[in-house]
Design a protein around this ligand. Sequence first.
Ligand SMILES: [Zn+2]
Length: 181
Amino acid sequence: VFNDVCVAAKFIQQQFDVNRIMVVDCDVHQGNGTAAISRDDPTVFALSIQCETNFPFQKTAGDLDVNLPAGTSDSHSLSAMRQAVEQSIKTFQPEFVFYLAGADPFAGDRLGQLELTKLGLCQRDEWIFSTFQQRNIPVAVSMAGGYANDIEDIVDIHFATIDQALKRHGSTNQVANGVSG
Ligand SMILES: [Zn+2]
């Protein structure tokens, strides 16, 4: 998944008039592949928000890593994310964003170690979409990990992500393209 993001970033840069691409990786596991591949590429900014004690145990430094302790709740997790994204927008000034909307920061996830609720994850998505929309920066969203015991929880979380994207952009077509891309 993470390697595909970098391939997609190159494609977007070549096909459209876009140079600076930011990856906002909110999967609970660090985006170590993205960090490694984009390390020497100043046009791709790798931001990853993850659980510090989770896999991969040896992290690959990205452009900005937010390491949340196991058991982090909605409020702490969301405020850390907001701070990191705002700081990255300021320093990097992205023209395009890939958003990896992991379902595995969920409290009911078997592998996640974080304690986010479904409401918290929905607020995360809403904030991401509205923040970039306000700045006229396009967002391509992708599903990422999700390992809850009850598969319906994973479906709920991913569905809420798409629902938030639809509410922000109001066009099924645009959103569908974003997901498949
Ligand atoms: Zn994951």
